[in-house]
Design a protein around this ligand. Sequence first.
Ligand code: NDP
Ligand code: A1CAB
Length: 277
Amino acid sequence: MKINGSLLLIGCGKMGGALLEGWLAQGVAPEAVTVIEPFESPVLEGLRARGVAVVKAVTDLPEACDPAVVVIAIKPQMMDATIGDYRLFAKASTVFLSIAAGKTLAYFQSALGEEAPIVRAMPNTPAAVGRGMTVLCANGAASAPQREACSSLLSAVGETAWVEDESLLDAVTAVSGGGPAYVFLLIECLAQAGIEAGLPSDLAERLARVTVAGSGELVHQASEAPSQLRKNVTSPAGTTLEALNVLMAEDGLQPLMTRAIAAATRRSRELGQSEPA
Ligand SMILES: NC(=O)C1=CN([C@@H]2O[C@H](COP(=O)(O)OP(=O)(O)OC[C@H]3O[C@@H](n4cnc5c(N)ncnc54)[C@H](OP(=O)(O)O)[C@@H]3O)[C@@H](O)[C@H]2O)C=CC1
Ligand SMILES: O=C(O)[C@@H]1CCC=N1
């Protein structure tokens, strides 16, 4: 993919780094990207070697730096102290694309100015392998081409959906933003249960990892609903049914997942509460 103009990535941690890997893999020119990251790391060295400009702070940027897209990928807890530094880029031709949990369009408008074009997005880490899921929402100042630019950046690394109602992003954050973590926990739990059932740990871990990866690929490729794919595994009076009777009991996985998602949704709302400095 090509981007019109240059891209400034603020924060190249787990999610910013995953997006950047996805973009570079999709053919975004490394020379079109500048990363701001305060601390050195082998990852940054690797990016420099591939032609990406990396600086420690906004004050280290060349004066001519005029990004078309500023991707904000720092922790929400860092935002209040930092976001004001980027007001210098606030103008109609630069769109701010925030992936921070909880931080609202109104928050960024108060930090960057009412006229600043802002797109709020919630991606997830499978973006690093082109299999992300991102939900986006824009303010009124973001032009159609700017929304399109943000859309294409995120759809280059997975699927995208837009919402008009920004408040939905808290639940989106809980479901798909954090979702990969729950799936990885499932792998860990499945492996541990296998070990407790007598399997050697390396075999249990491999079974759990390959089974979840294979099931993910199957649900990705199949036309059937997940519930049908589940039924396809569940032989009448067989072994899976016994496990599902436990997992689908009244106090089974669904109420647990519902509570987990409600807790994450609440936290996303909380993270949105603070004010920029
Ligand atoms: N992780 C995920 O799966 C997802 C995360 N998000 C959102 O992405 C954002 C980043 O999260 P995540 O990648 O997990 O966090 P990380 O801590 O891994 O990444 C943040 C990065 O920003 C760096 N940083 C800190 N201060 C500054 C600064 N002033 N200027 C530039 N960079 C700075 C940090 O450096 P250092 O570590 O040295 O402080 C770190 O490398 C958050 O807002 C989060 O809500 C959204 C969707 C999914
Ligand atoms: O845990 C978090 O707050 C971030 C947002 C979604 C995934 N990680």
